[in-house]
Each structure stands twice: as structure tokens, then as C-alpha cells.
Design a protein. Structure first.
Length: 131
């Protein structure tokens, strides 16, 4: 709806220095901002669809994907702490906060979210190199 688009535009301007993304109803990424691509060290085309999953640390990937799919099926917001590994093999502890979007019928239609880099201790263990 127009109201949701206006809220997203306002959030984008307020959070422009944060990595922001949007997905469709199947959690395929459909849009990322420049901060997201800078953080990951790749162009947006490498993150689209399910490309983002290749940047989730191997030890966190199964848990994060399961939690994401569970949230998607329930149509609820998604929040998690996990490690990402960018194109330069730098491991980062991040918090993802994504708002569940709804279509005009109230059905889940995707996520609009932000990544925040946090201190390594928040991930529960020291980040390791990506294999």
C-alpha cells in the first residue's frame, strides 16, 4: 500500500548508512541499498534471489535459514544474531531485524529489514574464517 511505501522511504532516508534489504514472500532478496553491497563487498546482483545465503557463516547457516523459514511461514517479523562473511573473507557478527510485510489481504508478502554489525561477543563465540 501507499502508506507502507511511504514508511519504507522514510526509513530508508533515516537509516541510509545501514544495510537495508527487501525480500519477496519466498525470502528471495529483491532489493538492497548501497550500504548493503559495500558491507558485503559485492554488487547487488550477487545478493539477489537467494545469493545472500552464500554469505552466512557455515556454522550459522542451517539455524538461520530454519528460523527465517519458520518466521516466513508464520508471517511474523524476523530477528536473529549470526555471522556473515563478506567477499574479502571478513567475518562479521550481525543482527538482522526484518519487518514482515503484508499484502492488501493481510497475507505475508516479504520482509523489509536492516543489518547491524555488532561486537563479536554477541554471536556467542569468536568468529572463525569462512571455509
Amino acid at each position: 500500500t501507499v502508506d507502507k511505501i511511504d514508511k519504507r522511504q522514510k526509513a530508508s532516508h533515516t537509516l541510509q548508512d545501514y544495510p537495508i534489504f527487501e525480500t519477496d514472500a519466498t525470502t528471495r532478496i529483491t532489493w538492497v541499498n548501497k550500504s548493503f553491497t559495500r558491507m558485503m563487498g559485492v554488487g547487488p546482483e550477487e545478493l539477489m534471489e537467494f545469493g545472500y545465503r552464500g554469505f552466512i557463516h557455515l556454522e550459522d547457516k542451517e539455524r538461520i535459514v530454519e528460523e527465517l523459514l519458520s518466521s516466513m511461514q508464520d508471517g511474523r517479523d524476523f530477528r536473529a544474531t549470526f555471522r556473515l562473511v563478506n567477499a574479502a573473507s571478513l567475518t562479521m557478527c550481525c543482527i538482522i531485524e526484518a519487518i514482515a510485510l503484508k499484502d492488501s489481504n493481510g497475507h505475508f508478502s516479504g520482509y523489509y529489514g536492516v543489518l547491524t554489525k555488532v561486537e563479536d561477543e554477541k554471536c556467542g563465540s569468536r568468529p572463525m574464517a569462512f571455509d
